[in-house]
Design a protein around this ligand. Structure first.
Ligand SMILES: Cc1cc2nc3c(=O)[nH]c(=O)nc-3n(C[C@H](O)[C@H](O)[C@H](O)COP(=O)(O)OP(=O)(O)OC[C@H]3O[C@@H](n4cnc5c(N)ncnc54)[C@H](O)[C@@H]3O)c2cc1C
Length: 500
């Protein structure tokens, strides 16, 4: 006797009814029972074996290419177990791209990773990188470590000059791209030269935002975006110097930590009620603040700066409702803005950043954008790993290898403080439907935020060993419902995350 079917399929609308008997009528389209046929699900096809070729350091976001992660991260020094595999995005080693003349505006990480990718997948393409800065392209995110004296200046370049020659990548430094002549497919440089292109990749990055405050142009007021900024700051902020750092976000905190390490007397101002309000909740920020105090940094919260005081040189910072804080040096860490002037002049669609589609194409033909300058799905990432990744994807598309950018989860790590602090995904519940677990020690803190029994976000302070696993659990939407129903507590979650 043949076995009874275990499921039925509506031949009219395709609805699958997973019961021994077919329904009297289709709940989707209303077709009769007679319109159902026995259905057996196709045998599952085993997933293709996953072979990682790209790895990301969960602590500092450094990308590494190769079948294995490196022994230690060349940026932040953590061990290989802090690297997570990333899905393959490009046909490494193939020559599948269409040879083209590619011009890249901006020699930051987005521009460099675009150049690296084009050379790898399209050896016949010509590549020219043009950048305003005089330096070899460098690890901008390591400027705070340079400021702290943790790494020497020689450790900043991404590649030595010879690498660009070996790779036949033209590197034009100290020159601005003044105009894009979109119809003529060329750009005009600040030295008067005109360079043609088949495809243009805009990787112009961002600049420090300077608030419109009285006194911001006084001598002794700094921002930190470039090596030149860092050198000036190192020159002026010596041991014993009084520095007021305005902005208690990641950059302001890293700058304060770096200067404190150089024995500068630092006061950190944050206008919000707690530090890092875009990444931390109140309790986590309290742990961070205690750590900053232990480094000798004074923290003033709810601080509204009224003006910077001084004749030609800054001598203090006046708060709205408070005293004037004496200062020999003031650092503005009040955010960044994408460099969009060039794109606007060329008539490209610009919102906060240069608007791009899923292939990182701008609104004009043959022009792509990546990195801090680009806005994808309303989001300007302003982060190293996103810039590096977008540079790769813009490059693949520019040489005719269609590749989509699907967005990246938010993850932030603080460096240069001697404190392991990582904030991933949601850091605050949006409403009562979230489950929040917390655990606080004297110098460490964990919070896990669950939604629908899945980990939606976490803050980890003093638990660097957990960052990779937690990030994976968030990205893979791991289901914790059994644990949450039985015993919703941090030690149980940690035990599940750290298998024996
Ligand atoms: C001190 C510091 C610490 C940071 N730490 C972190 C961190 O820990 N983690 C993290 O994720 N991110 C961090 N960031 C942010 C990260 O460095 C940036 O997101 C990343 O560098 C952006 O890369 P990009 O290539 O898009 O742009 P950029 O690095 O800004 O490079 C763009 C380049 O284009 C040039 N350019 C602009 N306009 C033109 C033009 N018209 N013609 C020619 N050249 C032009 C600029 O001069 C610049 O050199 C940090 C940033 C700073 C400043």
């Amino acid at each position: 006797m043949s076995e009874k079917p275990r499921a039925w399929r509506c031949t009219v609308c395709g609805y699958i009814h997973a019961q021994i008997e077919a329904p009297d009528c289709c709940p989707v389209c209303g077709a009769d029972q007679a319109d159902f046929e026995p259905y057996s699900p196709p045998a599952p096809t085993p997933p293709a074996p996953f072979r990682a070729q790209r790895w990301q350091c969960v602590i500092c976001d450094y990308f590494h290419e190769g079948p294995e992660p490196p022994e230690t991260c060349p940026l932040c020094g953590v061990n290989r177990d802090q690297f997570q595999p990333l899905p393959e995005v490009d046909p490494v080693g193939t020559d599948s791209g269409t040879p083209a003349q590619i011009l890249i505006v901006g020699c930051g990480i987005a521009g460099v990773s675009a150049a690296e990718t084009i050379r790898r997948v399209s050896p016949q393409s010509s590549i020219t990188l043009v950048g305003t800065e005089g330096e070899l392209p460098y690890y901008r995110l390591n400027l705070t470590r340079y400021l702290a004296g943790e790494i020497p200046r020689e450790a900043l370049p991404i590649h030595p000059a010879a690498w660009f020659e070996d790779q036949h990548i033209g590197l034009i430094r100290n020159v601005n791209v003044d105009r894009i002549n979109a119809e003529a497919h060329s750009v005009t440089l600040s030295n008067g030269l005109e360079l043609p292109y088949d495809r243009l990749i805009l990787a112009a990055g961002s600049h420090a935002y300077i608030p419109s405050l009285e006194g911001v142009h006084l001598e002794g007021v700094f921002t930190l975006r470039t090596t030149v900024d860092a050198d000036h700051l190192i020159h002026r902020a010596q041991a014993g110097t009084r520095c007021v750092c305005i902005g208690g976000g990641i950059l302001g905190i890293e700058i304060a930590g770096a200067l404190a390490r150089q024995k500068v007397a630092v006061t950190l101002l944050e206008s919000h009620a707690w530090l890092m309000p875009r990444q931390l909740n109140l309790r986590a920020a309290g742990v961070l603040e205690r750590h900053l105090l232990s480094l000798g940094i004074q923290v003033v919260k709810k601080a509204q700066t009224r003006a910077l005081i001084g004749e030609t040189r800054v001598s203090g910072v006046a708060l709205q409702d408070g005293p004037i804080l004496p200062a020999d040096v003031v650092v503005l860490a009040t955010g960044v803005r994408p460099n969009t002037a060039l794109a606007r002049k060329a008539g490209l669609e610009v919102n906060n950043g240069v608007v791009v589609d899923n292939h990182l194409r701008t609104s004009l033909p043959d022009i792509f954008a990546a990195g801090d300058a680009a806005e994808h799905n309303g989001q300007v990432y302003g982060a190293w790993s996103a810039s590096q990744y977008q540079g790769t994807i813009a490059a693949l598309n520019a040489v005719g290898i269609p590749t989509a950018f699907g967005g990246l989860p938010r993850a932030n790590t603080v460096k240069a403080l001697g404190l392991d602090l990582t904030s991933i995904g949601k850091f605050q519940p949006e409403d009562g439907s979230y489950t929040v677990l917390e655990q606080e020690g004297t110098a460490d803190y964990i919070t896990f935020i669950f939604h629908d029994s899945r980990l939606a976000g976490a803050i980890l302070i003093g638990h660097a060993d957990l960052a990779a696993t937690v990030k994976k659990a968030i990205e893979s939407k791991t289901d914790f419902s059994a644990l949450l129903q039985k015993n919703p507590a941090i030690p149980e979650i940690l035990a599940a995350l750290r298998p024996a």
